[in-house]
Ligand binder design. Structure first.
Ligand code: AMP
Length: 502
């Protein structure tokens, strides 16, 4: 097995790695670091959780340790799709460069221009930025990109989803032709392929996990749910969510709950809070300090439920998340893989539970085609058990346990009675009324380029019926495992994360 000491990283970087508690490089690190240190372009096809951040940060620190930055001329550039991801990359630089003198600036929305301008004026070795903010600085004449020696594009597929590709192309054009480019994407949509063909020069291609796979250690399930009436669907769905959370009991130490729309992120977070759950929202419309506070709380364990949109949660590194709840079926199948990849990290077990309303069934079929298996159907907790149907408002505040049968057909899912969601319906509806017509996050805007259609292999009926294993319970975990990373499971998955666990 490759050792970090085989990789020709500087001794000061090796010391920081040792202090971080890493024993050996992950496959993307073993593959990307040597060519990066030789000055070659790198095309890394890897998802978050594979150690990809260190695969560009470590060689960059080694390379940048030689030389000095000039005023307003950063020597390297890291482009990230979201502020959180940029902040995470900056943290990685802090961790691994603690024995090296490097200056860095973070150009992200929500952080004052003035402070960043001062840093850039002095000269920085590393500039970490979101594309829009970088171009704002450039247009204000505060930044010169002629001295960029290394440029990193991180999470390129998410950049594509967010409509940042024109910005990226423009930034490429502003940097010297001779720069070294390290380019990372979880998938290779045709548009991404085009960009890499245009801007990368003879790159070393390293692919560490198959596209669109889900972790083997994640137990998955979906509840097919239909509201009793259209105007009650939202409140009843939130009740289903609460019951699902309660049914998981202590096994659910913390969870990320994904919604497709920002407005639903707010509504679900408010509703959960109202019912006594420790929950907070995170999405692109919240101000930066609030986002940071919420994320820190979730990472530290002082916040149990993070309600999130795809954009805000993409790429977040929270090593131990026991559960992911998909309040909605994602409208882009790949997002399902990214969402549930927040749990079951570093070899731990994880659980991913989704709610599917009739209009999302097409999206569910897309997800199942992409992951090449049927996601086991779970009981609809609202229709299992009489107590729900006779519940009073006050009883609803005390969530009830649900049971799960092994297999249910979609038809069996009874709609809840009118009586069984009055508290939530009364209380949460005003929130919904106050909100404008839900607006989708940028990432959810349809973009036809690629979207992984290449991967959506049809599945024959035979295979489908073989996969039908029914509901889940604890003993069923093995049976429901998704054939995912498979042969591609990175070696490091079994390693300890000693320093990151607490
Ligand atoms: P990333 O894919 O960059 O989001 O990294 C995922 C997690 O893996 C982070 O918490 C890193 O600290 C951790 N990590 C990165 N490299 C290693 C390694 N070689 N051994 C163990 N953990 C690592």
């Amino acid at each position: 097995m490759t050792k970090f000491s085989d990789l020709k990283l500087s001794p000061k970087v090796l010391k920081a790695i040792e202090e971080a508690g890493y024993e050996s490089p992950t496959p993307i690190q073993a593959g990307a670091i040597p060519p990066a240190l030789e000055g070659k372009d790198v095309l890394g096809i890897a998802q978050t959780g594979t150690g990809k951040t260190a695969s560009f940060v470590l060689p960059m620190i080694t390379i940048l340790a030689r030389g000095r930055a000039r005023a307003r001329m950063p020597r390297s550039l890291v482009l990230c799709p979201t502020r959180e991801l940029a902040a995470q990359v900056a943290e990685n630089f802090d961790t691994y460069s603690k024995h090296v003198k490097l200056t860095k600036a973070l150009l992200i929305g929500g952080v004052s221009f003035k402070e960043q301008d001062t840093l850039i004026d002095k000269g920085v070795d590393v500039l970490i930025a979101t594309p829009g903010r970088l171009l704002d600085h450039f247009e204000r004449g505060k930044l010169i990109l002629n001295d960029v020696k290394v440029m990193v594009v991180d999470e390129a597929d998410r950049m594509l989803d967010m409509g940042f590709i024109p910005d990226i192309e423009r930034i490429f054009g502003l940097t010297p032709f001779t720069r070294q480019t390290l380019f990372f994407s979880a998938t290779m949509a045709p548009e991404i392929e085009r960009i890499t063909n245009t801007f990368l020069s003879n790159p070393e291609r390293i692919e560490v996990a198959r596209q669109a796979t889900t972790g083997e250690n994640i137990t998955q399930g979906v509840v097919m749910f239909k509201g009793s009436r259209k105007d009650r669907e939202g409140s009843e769905k939130r009740k289903v969510l609460r019951m699902l959370i309660d049914a998981e009991g202590d096994k659910c130490t913390n969870a990320i709950i994904f919604c497709n729309r920002k407005t639903d992120v707010d509504i679900v977070a408010k509703s959960l809070k109202k019912y006594g759950y420790d929950a907070a929202p995170i999405h692109g419309d919240l101000d930066q300090s609030q986002r940071t506070k919420t994320l820190d709380g979730f990472r530290e364990g002082s916040l149990r439920f993070l309600i999130a949109s795809d954009v805000a949660a993409r790429g977040l590194d929270v090593p131990s998340v026991s559960h992911v709840f998909n309040f909605d079926v994602p409208s882009h199948a790949e997002d399902y893989v990214h969402r549930i990849g927040r749990t079951g990290r570093a070899g731990r077990d994880g659980t991913a539970i989704m709610i599917c309303v009739p209009r999302d069934e097409k999206n569910l079929a897309d997800v199942e085609r992409l992951v090449q298996r049927e996601i086991p159907r779970l009981d609809n907790p609202l229709s299992s058990g009489k107590s729900d149907e006779t519940s009073t408002s006050s009883e609803e505040d005390k969530p009830k346990k649900t049971t799960r049968s092994r297999s249910r057909s979609r038809k069996e899912d009874k709609a809840p009675t009118e009586d069984n969601a009055p508290t939530e319906a009364k209380s949460a509806e005003p929130i919904a009324e106050k909100t404008e017509k839900p607006k989708e996050e940028k990432s959810a805007q349809p973009k036809s380029e690629g979207r992984g259609d290449d991967n959506r292999r049809g599945k024959d009926n035979n295979q489908r019926s073989k996969d039908k294993r029914g509901g889940r319970n604890n003993n069923d975990r093995g049976g429901n495992k998704v054939v995912g990373l498979g042969d591609h499971t990175p070696d490091f998955i079994g390693l300890s994360f000693a320093d990151r666990e607490t």
